[in-house]
Unconditional design. Structure first.
Length: 577
């Protein structure tokens, strides 16, 4: 199919024919501005937009079927991950779709070198003046201002020629206002100057159990004791783990060395690869861009998994941009990240992300396409983790009538990680959880999620979608992490801590598997929900996640929308075949 698409591109480059009636526009998408956004002014008509056109993927159902087979431990194809080329062939648009879209763009003088494409050519990207985009999309953009002071150039609906609708899934930036944020509960808490070296010895809660200090401060040693990986040293040379970064936050190499000296002395002097998407490698960001979130992610993910190959994947952009300050307009951070990572021949086997936004603030068309991008990573053998959120079930304390799950954690093709606290562990009260309003419950949840819903009070019937994908899938400690920032030690909390910790542990599981000649875990969820696999986790049965003027959901035996199946037990997970 890719060869045929190449021939289409060549033909359109020299052809003057137009197959679409561009005078007939029909609304393609309408989406109300999310809470907090108001029209501020009219933008400069010559303002340049970085426009993305998402073409209809030709054979998504087949990719979905193959992903299901290769991720199901009971299927003969389990672990037979797909190649980059095989995936691109499945999702590349048909030649007819590509021809239709390129012909439409050519009507506005867009062709040749002014176009760029995603690896599968299912996204076409072009920079155009705003007045041209408005004509193409039959719409009017405004400058919108958020109550917090952010600005964006957006519209609440756009149109396409009628004949083009069958070939295009979405066009952005249009209706996606963006609200991505780091999932942090209590950062910058109790930072103090670093004193001395290793932490003082303390009595344990009970002989040969967990250090009593772990009820006050979470370290790599605490997690090793809790989750049974203290006796394992990774050895497979080509294993890999990564965390992502957004919002102009970079990890600090000096702080990482201080962290290693304090908690992982054997890692002293080691580093990680900084990937500056779209593709320029460096060692760290500028001094004024180092962030606690980025430090937290690399210190624990890489401290737990040392010496596994580690990468920090940084995607530019602070959406939406502060337009009055002259910054470049908002990009689509997840789309940029996926464009880059899916184009690589080699991808880290575990990727953890601690950023998300409210599902209700994201147009479904955008959420669906981004979710499919994460499915492509899973099909290639990558485990994709997202923090489940720090707002409990979500929503304000007053006037709330609907729980608010986060995206991308609500995407079925990522593994959502909730939070616990204390020893013995209970659900932390801010652990994000609930049910998606966008994505239907996948079949692999059918054996456990309905059983939980039957226990929920009828009072909540109108608050959530009973047929939606349930989150989180698993969890880990989420508060009181001992992190170093600007040379000082302090406590950090949030499910933004849970996800990288789980990422490090799953990288250890992959190390065991690779050393045995087994495939990487890849898309993890179908395995998690298999009968008896949940027993490989420490079940959390106490706690709840209040919000929206309610007590939220309760943790209970088995899966629940507060902690999922619970926290990982590496000693058991390493035995998976």
């Amino acid at each position: 199919m890719l060869v045929r698409i190449a021939l289409v591109l060549a033909a359109i480059a020299v052809s003057g024919a137009h197959s679409l009636d561009s005078s007939t526009h029909v609304i393609k998408e309408a989406f109300a501005a999310p809470l907090g956004w108001r029209i501020d002014s009219l933008p400069d008509p010559d303002h340049v937009l970085d426009l993305r056109v998402g073409l209809r993927q030709s054979n998504w159902p087949e990719l979905e079927r193959q992903l299901s087979e290769t991720s199901d431990p009971d299927h003969p194809r389990y672990g037979q991950h797909l190649s980059k080329e095989a995936i691109e062939d499945l999702i590349s648009p048909t030649a007819d779709s590509l021809e239709a879209v390129l012909d439409w763009l050519k009507d506005y003088g867009v062709m040749g070198d002014s176009l760029s494409f995603s690896p599968a050519r299912d996204w076409v990207r072009v920079k155009l003046p705003l007045h041209v985009v408005e004509e193409m999309l039959g719409t009017t953009y405004h400058v919108w201002r958020h109550d917090e002071g952010r600005y964006a150039i957006r519209t609440t609906e756009y149109s396409l020629p009628k004949d083009l609708h069958a070939h295009v899934d979405l066009v952005q930036p249009t209706t996606h206002f963006g609200g991505i944020s780091a999932l942090k509960s209590s950062l910058f808490r109790e930072f103090t100057p670093l004193e001395g070296g290793a932490k003082a010895e303390v009595d344990s809660i009970a002989a040969d159990e967990i250090d009593a200090s772990c009820n006050e401060t979470i370290t790599v040693d605490c997690l090793a004791q809790l989750y049974n990986f203290a006796d394992y040293t990774p050895s497979f040379p080509n294993n890999s783990v990564a965390v992502t970064g957004y919002l102009e936050e970079f990890p600090n190499a000096t702080d990482l060395q201080i962290f290693y000296a304090d908690q992982v002395p054997k890692a002293a002097g080691s580093s990680f690869t900084f990937v500056d998407i779209p593709g320029n490698n460096q060692t760290s960001g500028e001094d004024d861009q180092h962030g606690v979130e980025a430090n937290l992610d690399v210190q624990f993910a890489f401290g737990i998994s040392y010496p596994i190959n580690a990468s920090f994947l940084y995607t530019h952009g602070r959406p939406p941009a502060q337009l009055p300050d002259g910054e470049e307009n908002f990009n689509e951070p997840y789309a940029d990240f996926l464009d880059y990572i899916l184009a690589q021949d080699t991808i880290p086997w575990v990727i953890s992300t601690s950023y998300a936004e409210g599902e209700q603030s994201v147009p479904f068309s955008y959420a669906e396409r981004v979710c499919r991008g994460f499915a492509q990573l899973g099909a290639r053998g990558v485990t994709v983790l997202f923090s489940s959120g720090d707002g409990g079930v979500g929503g304000p304390s007053e006037g709330c009538t609907r729980f608010r799950p986060l995206f991308p954690p609500s995407c079925p093709y990522v593994t959502a990680v909730g939070g616990t606290v204390n020893i013995p562990e209970v659900a932390v009260d801010f652990s994000g959880g609930g049910f998606s309003d966008y994505f239907a419950r996948p079949s692999w949840q059918d054996d456990v999620v309905p059983a939980y819903i039957e226990k929920v009070s009828e009072t909540y019937d109108s608050y959530f979608n009973k047929s939606g994908r349930g989150i989180p899938d698993i969890s880990a400690q989420a508060d009181n992490y001992r992190v170093f920032y600007q040379g000082k030690a302090g406590h950090v909390g949030g499910t933004s801590a849970s996800a990288p910790a789980v990422g490090g542990i799953l990288a250890l599981v992959n190390d065991v598997r690779l050393a045995k000649g087994l495939p990487t875990l890849g898309f993890l969820n179908p395995l998690l929900y298999k009968q008896n696999v949940g027993s490989l986790f420490n079940d959390i049965t106490e706690g709840n996640n209040p919000a929206c003027g309610t007590d939220g959901f309760n943790a209970t035996e088995g899966w629940d929308p507060v902690t999922g199946f619970g926290t990982p037990n590496f000693a058991l997970l390493r035995e998976l075949n």
